[in-house]
Ligand binder design. Structure first.
Ligand SMILES: [Zn+2]
Length: 343
């Protein structure tokens, strides 16, 4: 094996993942390698953990440093400026103001004996790059990725494969755009971000489900989720299973989420006119949902979006499920490293 490769690191607050792509952009076949991020050891501990995980990955696949042409790093926000972290909710204070770019470049140089280029990006955007790459193949179209989970992640990937980062790496934070609440028939819920204008995140992800459930429960007297012994989180996590058993309340909530997603799709189509939307998250996960449920969810998104699109968009726009799972952000980081090296 002597392929030229680009490595990608996906740094989460608790675990980091490693993946690689080849020079032609194809994904290097490997199982998910996931190791603790080591944030309790401060910035130094994190660099050590990343270098250790890369070393393990390279040893496992018999890759030498001479094959590595660049490295990408996907990091969660917020950032003070490109490469410099700001005070985030998931990391200790010692990370505030840390120049991760500078330290990782130095560590990579020490390890590899060469100066490697490093591409840094927002983790959600990096995931979008990978899913877009997978969804469109060699087609030259723009892609928007929407990933509802604990919050709602978003990314726009242009026809060259690069993501829109914005000037502070906060580009495409679409979860915090305001939803048209009159079309959803719901009230404005205050989002975790502090905005009170009805952020889409509250109507499309787990973040808003406790409130939406509380609003809906009185309409379903005697429902099993009224059980006072159930915790807030526990109740919400039961919804996906209940919906797949045909529970009317749970289906109502996920239909609402699909409609909100569809309205967001239509709004983003107005803004960036992409050829394809990729939808990720637990509601389209083939390991956790039935085909019938996924079809209902994706169908709800499509029908809500279609009503508001331009005639041409109605004919060409595709909405497809994500397919790379947990590896997407590390693969995206590697793809961005490759694109940067080609510039
Ligand atoms: Zn918000």
């Amino acid at each position: 094996m002597s392929d030229t490769l680009f490595l990608g690191i996906d740094s989460g607050a608790t675990t980091s993942k490693i993946a690689a792509v080849r020079e032609d952009g194809s994904i290097f076949p490997s199982d998910l390698l996931q190791r603790p991020t080591g944030s309790e050891g401060g910035p130094e501990g994190v660099i050590k953990a990343w270098i250790g995980a890369i070393g393990e990955y390279m040893a496992e696949h018999k890759i030498s440093w001479s094959q590595i042409a660049g490295v990408g790093l996907a990091v969660p926000g917020p950032r003070r400026s490109y490469g410099v972290l700001d005070n985030g909710p998931n990391l200790p204070d010692s990370f505030n103001g840390w120049n991760v770019e500078q330290d990782l470049i130095a560590a990579l140089k020490h390890e590899s004996g060469q100066m490697l280029s490093l591409a840094l990006g927002n983790d959600g955007n990096m995931g979008g790059v990978a899913e877009a790459h997978r969804a469109i193949g060699n087609q030259k179209v723009g892609v928007v990725m929407l990933a509802p989970g604990s919050g709602l992640g978003g990314a726009y990937v242009d026809p060259t494969g690069m993501c829109l980062d914005g000037d502070t790496l906060a580009g495409m934070e679409v979860g915090h755009l305001a939803a048209p609440l009159h079309l959803l028939g719901v009230e404005a819920l205050t989002c975790g971000c502090g905005r009170d204008w009805g952020c889409f995140e509250m109507y499309t992800s787990i973040a808003g489900l406790p409130d939406l459930l509380n609003l809906a429960l009185p309409r379903y007297p005697g429902h099993s989720l009224e059980d006072p012994s159930l915790g807030k989180k526990e109740r919400v996590l039961k919804l996906r299973g209940l919906a797949q058993d045909g529970d009317a309340l749970a289906l109502e909530l996920f239909d609402l989420q699909a409609k909100a997603m569809g309205l967001l799709v239509a709004q983003l189509a107005m803004a960036v006119d992409p050829g394809c939307f990729v939808v990720g998250g637990g509601l389209i996960d083939p390991d956790a949902t039935t085909e019938e449920f996924r079809e209902r969810y994706l169908g709800g998104i499509k029908s809500a979006a279609l009503e508001y699109l331009w005639p041409t968009q109605k004919n060409v726009l595709r909405i497809v499920p994500a397919s790379l799972g947990e590896q997407s952000q590390a693969i995206g980081a590697a793809l961005v490293a490759r694109l940067k090296a080609k510039q």
